[in-house]
Design a binder for this molecule. Structure first.
Ligand code: GRF
Length: 198
């Protein structure tokens, strides 16, 4: 069985990356080939190395906002790893349309809201401010439009009395760790039928 090769991009602690990597065993159709970060100090790089996954980083700061130059550098470890699929997992750099088009139809992202609601940042605070009774997370294909591509999975959680953005974020993150591996397993098998949890 030839496994699909998966590269995972992280900016922070990498708990979603860990959930993905730990799920890619046994009869899973994919295996991790690289964990890449824009921050040399990202905790996710350490956790990936502990799991024997090759790691690399391209620090975005020296590029002083020149996204094209940063992305040209980012492409080097990616092309060397030859991924079939890229998973953005808490990767906080906004990618240009040019970069996204090179991975069209094979780059996924997890976003902590029930898209199309609350694209962008501070999703938990915005759901609380709006008085929503439910919230959640979404895995979608990445397109040029931020947080906008075809939805491949969603998980719903209740919003409870006394919730703060942090409490709600923790409840959503638990579901992210179930949803993303479930979507990746299906996507790597060529199935784009959305996974719906909760
Ligand atoms: C997650 O909530 C994810 O939805 C968001 O950033 C957070 C990253 O968490 N994009 P981690 O680095 O995977 O722990």
């Amino acid at each position: 069985m030839t496994h699909k090769r998966v590269a995972i991009l992280v900016s922070g602690g990498g708990s979603n990356m860990v959930a993905l990597v730990d799920s890619m065993t046994g009869d899973h159709p994919a295996r991790p080939c690289l964990v890449l970060s824009n921050d040399p100090k990202a905790g996710g790089l350490v956790k990936a190395a502990e799991r024997g996954v090759p790691t690399a980083f391209v620090d975005h700061r020296p590029f002083k906002g020149d996204r094209a130059a940063f992305e040209a550098e980012l492409m080097k470890p990616l092309l060397a790893a030859e991924p079939d699929i890229i998973c953005l997992a808490g990767f906080m750099r906004v990618l240009t349309a040019g970069f996204v088009s090179q991975w069209n139809g094979r780059m996924l992202n997890i976003h902590p809201s029930l898209l199309p609601k609350y694209k962008g940042l501070h999703t938990h605070a915005r759901a609380l401010e709006a008085g929503d009774s439910e919230h959640g997370c979404t895995v979608h294909e990445v397109t040029a439009e931020l947080d906008d591509g075809p939805i491949l999975g969603q998980a719903r959680v209740p919003v409870l009395p006394g919730d703060t953005p942090d409490i709600l974020a923790a409840r959503v993150l638990e579901q992210e760790h179930k949803l993303y591996p479930a979507v990746l397993r299906r996507f790597a098998a060529g199935d784009r039928t959305p996974v719906l949890l909760g």
